[in-house]
Design a protein around this ligand. Structure first.
Ligand SMILES: [Zn+2]
Length: 209
């Protein structure tokens, strides 16, 4: 699959969840750029979804890979500390504004997942308009607990390296839980989901711990 996230000349959106999964990309409310499936033109999207497109234009100027690499470093830090190997960060306007790692063992707290901690901090410390334009980057797709927290916080987007399903395969157990886009859908949240991005990096983290 030829994917690009950097330009708006060929803009498509794939609305069917099953189809997106088949393509190997979770792409909710995201304008997937591909040479094969052009489902809407830029003009059509502007007519129906002007605000989202404007925001997506900003998000597309970001280099997702830099941030995903950093989440994998954070995940390794957690793993080396004997916590579960997960790391996340928040980006607003191209700037990393918060970082966190899994600390379930360090803090003896089953809810100490980085995404949930960051969602809580974002809601507490940032203006709602800023939260809505903030992207969560995370080494593995958020679990349903964290996805719920992110929806309640009102974050704008999430980009992950490894899907929950793939992570559970790598870690040898579980079902992978509920995909985050399904949680967002059920909660009526319009958080943009993008992943996997740099899947090999996230996979290598899981294989290390
Ligand atoms: Zn979680």
């Amino acid at each position: 699959m030829n994917q690009q996230y950097g330009r708006l000349s060929n803009v498509a959106t794939v609305s069917d969840t099953a189809q997106r999964r088949q393509m190997g990309v979770v792409c909710r409310n995201w304008f997937l750029l591909t040479s094969e499936r052009i489902l809407a033109t830029k003009e059509e999207l502007l007519k129906t979804n002007g605000y989202s497109l404007q925001w997506k234009m900003n998000i597309e100027t970001l280099d997702h890979e830099i941030y995903i690499k950093r989440t994998c470093e954070l995940a390794r830090e957690a793993g080396e500390r004997d916590d579960d190997p997960y790391g996340s960060l928040l980006v607003h306007d191209g700037e990393v504004i918060m970082e966190e790692t899994n600390r379930i063992n360090t803090e003896n707290d089953i809810s100490y997942h980085p995404e949930l901690v960051l969602a809580r901090r974002a809601a507490e410390e940032l203006e709602p308009e800023v939260v809505a334009e903030t992207i969560m980057y995370t080494s593995t797709e958020p679990c349903s607990m964290c996805s719920t927290g992110m929806a309640y916080a009102g974050l704008g987007g999430v980009v992950y390296s490894v899907s929950g399903e793939h992570a559970s395969e790598l870690r040898g157990g579980g079902t992978g839980g509920i995909p985050c886009d399904e949680v967002f859908d059920r909660l009526g949240s319009d958080i943009t989901v993008l992943g996997p991005v740099l899947k090999e990096e996230g996979t290598a983290v899981h294989r290390s711990f």
